[in-house]
Design a protein around this ligand. Structure first.
Ligand code: PEP
Length: 244
């Protein structure tokens, strides 16, 4: 792990019911979490209020997406203002499922990040390459291009955590090796140093996501530039957070 406070984010994606979420929240409330770790969970929008009203304040709450600007006539969208109103203080932006299933592009995501930050929401900014991009030797190009779209839009990196999530590792059970992850994390940090500032490069937490679980997380966490995890599947079970 790097120098920043270790960060564990649980992305519940489009999973859960009132009952299963109530069980997970009560497990989280009684879990023994490490003191020096930021823990954030991202429930589906419809359960944000339920989670906010029942979860310990020790754990922060994130949304999984937000609208690009102020709310209004945007059917089906959820605004940053509404998220703040429910007690969310984070939002995940640029998740691969939004990029590749829903079709959000780099600029759109960058603008969303800028708007969320401008309203005081912290951002988990996701980047990562597809399998064919990795195989074509384009991993760094893709990640740097996604980083540039964030950098072009955001005025400050103070409230941003970068999540490197190789798309081939998300939900596939095929976790990146600690070396594969570290290689990209250090490259992204170096990109921040060259393109933003040395201070931002050293302060910004770069977390890894993609099939992280209780058995593979310790080796990953030992890597110099891995400052935490964004976890999907394993985040629906409480034991993962306890490791952290
Ligand atoms: C994610 O969705 O951010 C993720 C990393 O999923 P999983 O842990 O299931 O691969």
């Amino acid at each position: 792990a790097g120098s920043g406070k270790f960060f564990v984010g649980g992305n519940w994606k489009c999973n859960g019911t009132k009952d299963s979420i109530s069980k997970l929240v009560s497990d989280l409330n009684s879990a023994k979490l490490e003191a020096d770790v930021d823990v954030v969970v991202a429930p589906p929008f419809v359960y944000l209020d339920q989670v906010k009203n029942s979860l310990t304040d020790r754990i922060e709450i994130s949304a999984q997406n937000s609208w690009i600007g102020k709310g209004g006539a945007f059917t089906g969208e959820i605004s940053v203002e509404q998220l703040k109103d429910t007690g969310c203080n984070w939002v995940i932006l640029g998740h691969s499922e939004r990029r590749h299933v829903i079709g959000e592009d780099d600029q759109f995501i960058g603008k969303k990040a800028a708007y969320a930050l401008s309203q005081g929401l912290k951002v988990i900014a996701c980047i990562g390459e597809l399998l064919q991009e990795r195989e074509a030797g384009k991993t760094f190009d893709v990640c740097f291009q996604q980083m540039k779209a964030f950098a072009d839009a955001v005025p400050s990196w103070d409230d941003v955590v970068v999540a490197y999530e190789p798309v081939w590792a998300i939900g596939t059970g095929k976790v990146a090796t600690p070396q594969q992850a570290q290689e990209v994390h250090i490259a992204v940090r170096d990109w921040l140093k060259k393109n933003v500032s040395a201070e931002v490069a050293s302060k910004t937490r770069i977390i890894y996501g993609g099939s992280v679980n209780g058995s593979n997380c310790s080796e990953l966490a030992k890597q110099e530039d891995i400052d935490g995890f964004l976890v999907g599947g394993a985040s629906l079970k409480v034991y993962f957070y306890c490791w952290a």
